[in-house]
Design a protein around this ligand. Structure first.
Ligand code: THU
Length: 154
């Protein structure tokens, strides 16, 4: 099976894994819990959740936390897809009817993985209430990206 097929089929699984991660979000300031789950080319799933700080500007997004975990495992170049979900925590899960799309910084972080891996990354975005799901390509979310290729390092 081609990698891009695996990444497409895995959308619902990735969003489920992201939702599980969001339960551990540390977001006492915004109260907006986000979960992310990366899919690697061998089927491995790597979760991440947002992690805020009393010094607000230091807060880390779920996508970036997941990418750092992939890098720690030596797998940054193997990312094929990501699932993202977020919302305010409710008793039953998360609220919100708009899909959570990665912020600008996280798009740039994802682009690093995409360029060193030599592939586009599929981005599955879900709303907290689960009612809305979108599928994007990173290249659509961050067109004309600056990346490692521009530095001639890879
Ligand atoms: N956040 C993420 O973790 N990922 C996104 O894609 C959007 C925003 C976090 C950052 C902050 O902790 C909270 O959501 C509110 O912005």
């Amino acid at each position: 099976m081609a990698e891009v097929d695996l990444a497409d089929i895995a959308g619902a699984v990735l969003i489920d894994a992201a939702r599980e991660a969001a339960a551990n979000a540390y977001a006492p300031y915004s109260r907006f819990a986000v979960g992310a789950a990366l899919l690697l080319d061998d089927g491995t799933i790597i979760p991440g959740t947002n992690m805020e700080n009393a010094s607000y500007g230091l807060s880390l997004c779920a996508e970036t936390v997941a990418l750092a975990a992939a890098n720690t495992a030596g797998r940054l170049r193997d990312v094929v897809a990501i699932g993202i979900v977020g919302g305010r925590k409710t008793r039953g899960g998360l609220d919100g009817s708009d899909p959570v799309r990665p912020c600008g910084r996280c798009r740039q972080m994802l682009n690093e993985a995409a360029q060193i891996g030599g592939r586009d990354i599929i981005v599955h975005c879900a709303s907290g209430d689960g009612g809305a799901i979108e599928r994007h390509l990173l290249s659509e979310l961050l067109p004309h990206a600056f990346g490692p290729a521009d530095l001639d390092l890879h």
